[in-house]
Ligand binder design. Structure first.
Ligand code: NDP
Ligand code: 2IT
Length: 449
């Protein structure tokens, strides 16, 4: 809990206003604990009601998404877009299609996105959206019709200067393609920069697909180098999840000399002590849209175990949770520490519960929080928007070099802010402070809006 009476009041108001929004409250509390260190130097935050404004989304849209399944049955899902903060640029953030999606989850994600996007150094505000639609087991036609219906409503709320969605859990290149097609049809306008994560044939950027996982490894490598004079070389790594972020984190960690020994999905995990064969994973997950357990029947010497949390029983040097929020609880964190890990870097958004972060920090192991560590995806989205505006595309090497620079800068900004505020090495506080001060300064300049 923050010490500042003002921040305490703001947090109480958040909990009283939306008592059921537990994930949102969790994200707000973590950020306010970081901002606590800034309050004595910035009386203007309280004088202008800045924090009350900061924790309240500028706009929340919810809408009906009706569609017809392959049997001719009418289905209705709920769609959302949380337009959280536009102080430094148009709202920017992904769309999540998952049955667990609700307003609390999208508000937590949108809130985190504000500071993450600020950390990238690029001009993008914070937003998030999605639907409680479950893409699992749906046919191509069902996914397409759902995306079309979703965009039939969403289109009026977005635009390249207004709000620019992208992918997240359950939304990848296929879904972005269908969403873009419907937007273009309804608006009769080729606004390429209205969505990011597009296919390379129609305005997508090279490296966007890989960007979150690659960026995670670039930042982690810089953290290891700067804080421990170490690197990925020769390290054993465990990565949870087996979606977009996990796959390309595996690829980059392996390129940097590490051995990734386990991956998971929501059903269970695979362990391959020789090191994961990523070609097999890509064939299963990206080509066949299959389950991670199929790996064990195709790769001798590997094993599949039911239950996704068991992955953290395996000892590793570096842990990178890349599946979903609140996966790492206190007991799992204690296990990771006891097994001798030297670093934890978050690829997913808020994968560690607050008690888990405390365990990592008390044990003195390196900890890279999500809003710094996974910012490479949205940073490359912003580079996609730049290329769309220029009607130009950079090469893979050009985008990759920019991504690497951005991730290294994010690490140093968070690291330096932690030093400046007397909590050296605390990248959680450092990332919150470094991200917040630019947003705060922009909000102050723009008056009470
Ligand atoms: P994908 O949909 O590609 O993959 C998600 C992976 O996480 C799957 O392996 C999925 O398993 C697993 N997973 C999802 N929900 C749960 C759950 N409730 N319990 C256990 N496992 C689960 O998504 P991404 O890889 O894009 O996203 C992963 C994380 O990274 C999310 O937290 C997302 O917000 C974050 N992120 C993504 C970015 C991006 O650019 N895509 C950018 C920054 C952060 P299953 O198939 O069984 O559901
Ligand atoms: O959580 C995230 O940063 C994303 N899902 C990516 C958002 C984006 O706009 O690229």
């Amino acid at each position: 809990m923050p010490q500042s009476a003002y921040l305490k009041r703001v947090y109480e108001q958040v909990t009283q206003r939306d008592p059921d929004q537990k994930e949102f409250q969790q994200a707000v509390l973590e950020v306010l604990e970081g901002l606590d260190l800034m309050m004595s130097r910035h009386p203007e935050y309280e004088e202008t009601g800045l924090i009350e404004r900061f924790v309240e989304p500028e706009r929340v849209i919810t809408f009906r998404v009706p569609w017809v399944d392959d049997k001719g049955v009418v289905r209705v899902n709920r769609g959302y877009r949380v337009q959280f903060n536009s102080a430094i640029g148009p709202y920017k953030g992904g769309l999540r299609f998952h049955p667990t999606v609700n307003l609390s989850i999208l508000k937590f994600l949108g809130f985190e996105q504000i500071l993450k996007n600020s950390l990238t150094g690029l001009p993008i505000g914070g937003g998030k959206g999605g639907a409680d639609f479950d893409p699992k087991g749906k046919s191509e036609g069902e996914v397409m019709r759902f995306c079309q219906s979703f965009m039939t409503e969403l289109n009026r709320h977005i635009g390249q200067f207004v709000d620019v969605p992208a992918g997240d859990i359950g939304v990848g290149g296929r879904e972005i393609g269908y969403l873009f097609g419907q937007y273009k049809l309804i608006r009769d306008s080729y606004d390429a920069a209205v969505l990011t994560g597009k296919g390379l044939d129609f305005g997508g950027s090279l490296v966007r697909t890989e960007a979150t996982g690659y960026g995670l490894c670039y930042l982690t490598n810089e953290m290891l180098n700067c804080m421990k004079k170490d690197s990925f070389a020769g390290k054993s790594v465990i990565i949870s999840g087996s979606g977009n972020v996990a796959i390309f984190a595996t690829e980059k960690a392996t390129q940097l000399g590490a051995k990734v020994i386990a991956l998971s999905d929501s059903n269970g995990y695979i362990h391959d002590p020789k090191g994961i064969n990523l070609d097999v994973v890509k064939e299963i997950k990206l080509k066949r849209r299959g389950r991670i357990k199929e790996y064990a029947s195709e790769v001798p010497g590997s094993a599949y175990t039911e239950g996704f949390q068991g992955i953290w029983n395996i000892p590793c040097d570096i842990a990178m949770p890349c599946a979903t929020q609140n996966e790492i609880d206190k007991a799992i964190a204690e296990k990771i520490v006891k097994n001798g890990a030297i670093a934890v870097a978050e690829g997913a958004n808020m994968p560690s519960r607050p008690e888990a972060i405390e365990v990592f920090q008390k044990a003195g192991i390196l900890f890279a929080p999500a809003k710094a560590a996974n910012a490479g995806g949205v940073a490359t989205s912003a580079l996609e928007m730049s290329q769309n505006s220029m009607r130009y595309s950079w090469t893979f090497e050009e985008v990759d070099a920019k991504l690497k620079d951005i991730m290294i800068n994010i690490f140093h900004n968070a690291y330096d802010a932690a030093e400046e505020y007397g909590v050296p090495g605390d990248l959680v506080a450092g990332a919150n402070i470094a991200g917040f001060r630019k947003v705060a300064s922009a909000m102050l300049s723009q008056g009470i809006v």
